[in-house]
Design a protein around this ligand. Structure first.
Ligand code: GAL
Length: 420
């Protein structure tokens, strides 16, 4: 009789405790690690799961809690994270891009200095200097990079080009606009776009292609004005490119943007190389056969990079546990497990190239080529802080609605000064 009651009581206690532990997701408990990202799509989800499994195997008794929030480029995740950070309810580690995207968190004390972890792990020697510079603010390092992605790419289905009699992807935006006239004449959409962030991603690649790497960098360092003749004429090209796209009817995420290329209703899409894992894993296509990719027009020899990185938030219950996750992210084993699934290349310089095949092998070789010119992405947080990026988003939204490029240029120029 008593035994039965005891059993019921202990069951109640256990369920109460597990209920409580559910409630502590976000406030972290000692036996679990909550990792926050926006990786919910095919490829990226598998990459994260592979690292999570390796983390759990290396840390017996610790459960990995995947707190990913869907929405490409962190479009939803970043907003929810902001409210959690404001409420002092950080996950045990969260995704940020290397570069100016980290600045707010550092200035407002939301993330901890990782310089000693870098020293302990010898990471100063295995990550490229340019990347380390983008993770360093006021002499301290604040995030651990897990990969390198490339933004300046144009994706297409080789069969569509063959059917249209187009010999190859455009080398300049002027050539793209020529092709677009032919493509439209044959009833197809020249360029597929997706939600607002994909349009900003497109604008970044048009600016890079039209201005060249030097002026692109001067634009984001403030040495070149958005209202200058040079930038206005690049924006003018962007306007024409957008007119050749399905921006007025585009709906859905970046994966749907690529679906239109795969099925052949649209010919090109400008997108980062997370596309490769989507096309290969979800669509079962092979590089060069089912899909192909080239550097976006005018950017041959340039690598517009971004890097997914993880942080150690201030106020987590177990900083040591978070550090163990960061060690997994920065380790050679973790990176080589994650990146082939994610469709990115390792941030570490010591990863064996032969693990990266097909598209990834092609891009890794260019990333490591000393002749390649590396610049940072706008849409993925390298060259603009969060406030500036948000202002560009609003101005771009208005431009897409009303078509006033002069207003766009002057607003963005003014916001550059105001958000510094
Ligand atoms: C980027 C991120 C990539 C991928 C992409 C699409 O910002 O760095 O890893 O998630 O968004 O969501």
């Amino acid at each position: 009789m008593w035994k039965g009651r005891l059993a019921i009581i202990s069951l109640l206690v256990v369920s109460l405790l597990s209920g409580l532990s559910m409630l502590t997701v976000g406030g972290a408990s000692d036996d679990q690690l909550e990792v926050y990202s926006w990786w919910t799509g095919p490829g990226e989800e598998e990459g994260l799961a592979a690292m999570a499994e390796a983390f759990e195997a290396a840390n017996p008794g610790i459960r990995f809690v995947n707190a990913a929030v869907s929405g490409g480029a962190g479009s939803n995740a970043k907003a929810i994270l902001a409210s959690r950070l404001l409420a002092n309810d950080p996950p045990d580690s969260y995704q940020r891009h290397a570069g100016l995207e980290l600045l707010d968190d550092v200035r407002s004390g939301k993330v901890q200095d990782l310089t000693s972890l870098y020293e302990e792990q010898g990471w100063g020697k295995v990550f490229p200097k340019g990347l380390l510079d983008n993770l360093t603010i006021d002499g301290k390092i604040y995030a651990v990079p897990v990969n390198i992605h490339r933004a300046n790419l144009i994706w297409y289905n080789p069969r569509t080009l063959r059917d249209l009699g187009i010999p190859g992807p455009p080398k300049t935006w002027a050539e793209f606009l020529d092709q677009a006239a032919t493509i439209k004449g044959k009833g197809k959409v020249p360029l597929a776009v997706g939600p607002e962030w994909t349009q900003k991603h497109l604008m970044e690649t048009v600016l890079l292609g039209e201005l060249g790497a030097d002026s692109y960098e001067r634009l984001f360092s403030g040495d070149l004005r958005w209202t200058s003749t040079e930038v206005k004429s690049a924006l003018d090209v962007f306007g024409k490119v957008l007119d050749a796209s399905d921006v007025k009817s585009a709906a859905g995420e970046w994966q749907l943007q690529l679906d239109r290329i795969v099925e052949g209703s649209a010919v090109y899409a400008v997108m980062g190389d997370w596309s490769s894992s989507y096309l290969e894993q979800a669509k079962k296509l092979q590089w060069k056969e089912g899909y192909d990719v080239a550097t976006s027009p005018g950017t041959d020899g340039v690598y517009d990079f971004l890097s997914d990185s993880f942080t150690l938030p201030t106020g987590v219950r177990s900083p040591d546990l978070s550090r163990k996750w960061l060690i997994e992210c920065g380790s050679a084993a973790g990176q080589n497990l994650f990146n082939p699934l994610k469709g990115s290349i390792p941030a570490r310089t010591d990863a064996p190239a032969d693990l990266y095949r097909g598209y990834l092998g092609w891009t890794l070789q260019q990333w490591r080529d000393p002749k390649t010119r590396i610049v940072g992405s706008l849409a993925h947080g390298v060259v603009a802080n969060n406030a500036y990026n948000a202002e560009i988003d609003s101005a771009l939204g208005l431009y897409v609605q009303h078509g006033d490029l002069g207003k766009f240029a002057s607003t963005v120029q003014q916001q550059f000064q105001e958000t510094r």
